[in-house]
Design a protein around this ligand. Sequence first.
Ligand SMILES: [Zn+2]
Length: 242
Amino acid sequence: MTVDLTEPRILRPQGTGRFVFLCDHASNYIPAELHDLGLPASELARHIAWDIGAAGVTEALSEIFDSPAILCNTSRLVIDCNRHLDASDLIPEVSDGTVIPGNLHLGEAAKAIRIGRWFHPYHAAVEAVLLEREARGVPSIAVSVHSMTASLAGIPRPWKIALSSHLDRSLADPVLAALRRPGDIEVGDNQPYDLDPEVDYSVPFHALRRGLPHLQVEFRQDEIVDATTQRQWALRFAQTLK
Ligand SMILES: [Zn+2]
């Protein structure tokens, strides 16, 4: 059996920009040894496997700011890198109505393999980038990039972009105001998701723990369907970060 470590992707680790972009759900890749988790390709293409379009937006943001980006290279169905290790949906058995056969009744040993091969390497890569910047005296602003479905349970989502925040809104408030200023789109403020340190892992662990300024952003998936629109949205978001 081949062992697929599937290293996270790190863009511009020496980038001079002040942002560090994280993309927890960048990929729908399932390591070969997990046999697609028993799912057909049609399910692996759905949002349950990844944040559709988020990787392209993250790549564009990294380029625009000459900032590091760390992208997880395995599907959230393998292990969700934005969940705490004791979360019940760390390795989901069901996601948006789809049973994940390869995740049913996993034993502790199988869970430990997933954590060791695909959870820790991603977070170690984020940690390494942040520590190296700290050592160089470069301040960092952590920006976690996600995407959301255009509707959930048949209810359309009006927000083309949304920010998720917790107690510290020092960055979220001015960015929300800037996103709303043109008046042409609805912008979600903790809708559809807030940032919950009990549920979310990446921003709490890497940014809140360090007291780093941070943002968590959701782009609506029907707005970022190809490289052109992903870049357009990255540029619009980038304007508000400047
Ligand atoms: Zn996500």
